[in-house]
Design a protein around this ligand. Structure first.
Ligand code: NI
Length: 390
C-alpha cells in the first residue's frame, strides 16, 4: 500500500487538479477538455491501458497488480457539470458562462485520478483495477451508454463501486446502506385530445381541460391507493398546458400534462407505470377523448448489493473508524445513473462527507477539498480488501 505521507502529498496535487477542472466545466457527453486532462494524467502515471472515446468522452484506465491473477474491480466516477451559473465568488470559480461543477463531479474525478496515481506506483494487489471516468451523469445516462459500448465485458469487470459527495455529512465520514439506496425516476408527458369549441356550448365539445383535471387527481391515487404504504413512491404533476388566456371563451382541442414518478423498488416502479397507463387511458376514454403518452424512462433504482455494501463499509471503517461510517443512511428520492452499472454487476454506492456546504445543484455549492484524502484512502482500502483476499 502507498504510505500515508504519499497519499497526503498526492491528495494535495489532486486539490490543484480539482480546482483546474472546476474552472472548466463541461456538459453531458461533450467533455473534450476534461477527458483529455484525465487521459493525459492517467498516461503520465503509467497505467497499463488508457482507453478514450467510450460513450464519446468516457475514459477507462487499467492497472494490473503484481500479485498475479485475481479479480477485476471497477471504480467509477462521473465528470460532467451542470448548465447553471456559479455564484461562489471563489478564485477558481467557473470561467464558462452558464456551466458549473455544482454536483462535485470535479472532486470525484480528482479523487479517482489520485487513486490511479497511488495504484500505478504501488501495485501490491492481485488481478486488476479498472478506473472508469464517466460522462453524462446529469441527465444523459452516460453509464448506460458505456455499458452498451461493452465496458463491463471488455474490461472483465466483476464488481463495481461508486462514490458521491454528500453535503451535510461531516468531512471524514461516509454513509451508505444495503439494498435500495436512491430512487428510480421516470418522466412523462400526456397529450389529451378532445374536441374544442365555444365555451358557451360545452355540450358540443369533449373538454380536455376537464379530462386533464380528473387525470391529475386520479394519478395521485397511484401513491395513495395502489401502492403498499411501506413502499416509498412520489407522483408529481409538474406541468400542465392548454388553452389561451386571450381566448377565455374557447375550449381548447388539446391539453398537456407532465410530471415524474419516483420509486425505491424496481417492482413498484414497473407496477406504477402500468397503473399510470391504465389511469390515463381510461380517464380519457371516460370523457370521449384520447390520450397519447410520451413515457421517458429515467435512471433505475440504485440497489446496493448486500455483500459488496459490507465490503464498502469495512473499507471505509478501516479509513475513518466505525463511528464515522453510517451503514443505514436514509434512502434518497434523488437519482444516480450508477444504477445502470449496479443492474449488471454487484457493487455499492457510498457517500463521502462534504461538510457544511450548500446542497448539490445549488449555485453556491463547492466540493470540499478536505475530503480528497479520505476519498482516495477509501478507494485504496477497497482495492486492498477486495483484491488481496487471502
Ligand atoms: Ni452528482
Amino acid at each position: 500500500m502507498t504510505s500515508a505521507d504519499n497519499i497526503e502529498a498526492i491528495a494535495k496535487e489532486a486539490k490543484v487538479w480539482r480546482q483546474t477542472l472546476h474552472q472548466h466545466p463541461e456538459l453531458l457527453f461533450d467533455l473534450p477538455k476534461t477527458s483529455a486532462f484525465v487521459a493525459e494524467k492517467l498516461r503520465e502515471f503509467g497505467c497499463d491501458e488508457v482507453v478514450t472515446g467510450i460513450a464519446t468522452s468516457g475514459v477507462v484506465a487499467v492497472i494490473n497488480g503484481t500479485r498475479g491473477p485475481g479479480g477485476s474491480i471497477g471504480l467509477r466516477c462521473d465528470m460532467d457539470a451542470l448548465p447553471m451559473s456559479e455564484q461562489t465568488n471563489l478564485p477558481y470559480a467557473s470561467r464558462i458562462p452558464n456551466m458549473m461543477h455544482a454536483c462535485g463531479h470535479d472532486g470525484h474525478t480528482a479523487m479517482l485520478l489520485a487513486t490511479a496515481k497511488c495504484l500505478a506506483a504501488d501495485r501490491d494487489f492481485a488481478g486488476r483495477v479498472v478506473l472508469i471516468f464517466q460522462p453524462a451523469e446529469e441527465g444523459g445516462g452516460g453509464a448506460r451508454v458505456m455499458i452498451e459500448e461493452g465496458l463491463l465485458e471488455r474490461f472483465g469487470i466483476d464488481e463495481v463501486y461508486g462514490m458521491h459527495n454528500e453535503p451535510g455529512l461531516p468531512v471524514g465520514s461516509f454513509a451508505t446502506r444495503s439494498g435500495a439506496f436512491m430512487a428510480g425516476g421516470d418522466r412523462f408527458v400526456v397529450t389529451i385530445t378532445g374536441k374544442g369549441g365555444h365555451a358557451a356550448s360545452p355540450h358540443k365539445t369533449h373538454d380536455p381541460v376537464v379530462v386533464a383535471s380528473h387525470m391529475v387527481s386520479a394519478l395521485q391515487t397511484i401513491a395513495s391507493r395502489s401502492t403498499d404504504p411501506f413502499d416509498p413512491i412520489v407522483v408529481s404533476i409538474t406541468y400542465i398546458n392548454g388553452g389561451n388566456d386571450r381566448a377565455l371563451n374557447v375550449i381548447p382541442d388539446t391539453v398537456q400534462v407532465g410530471g415524474t414518478i419516483r420509486t425505491m423498488n424496481p417492482a413498484v416502479r414497473k407496477a406504477a407505470e402500468q397503473r399510470f397507463r391504465e389511469i390515463v387511458s381510461t380517464t380519457a376514454a371516460l370523457f370521449s377523448s384520447e390520450a397519447r403518452i410520451d413515457w421517458r424512462p429515467g435512471y433505475p433504482v440504485v440497489v446496493n448489493d448486500p455483500a459488496k455494501t459490507s465490503a464498502a463499509i469495512a473499507a471505509a471503517e478501516a479509513v475513518v473508524g466505525d463511528g464515522a461510517v453510517n451503514a443505514t443512511y436514509a434512502q434518497s428520492m434523488g437519482s444516480e445513473d450508477f444504477a445502470y452499472m449496479l443492474e449488471q454487476r454487484p457493487g455499492a454506492m457510498i457517500l463521502i462527507g462534504n461538510g457544511d456546504s450548500q446542497y448539490l445543484h445549488h449555485p453556491g455549492f463547492d466540493f470540499n477539498d478536505e475530503a480528497i484524502p479520505y476519498g482516495v484512502k477509501y478507494w485504496l482500502s477497497l482495492v486492498d480488501r477486495q483484491l488481496n483476499k487471502t
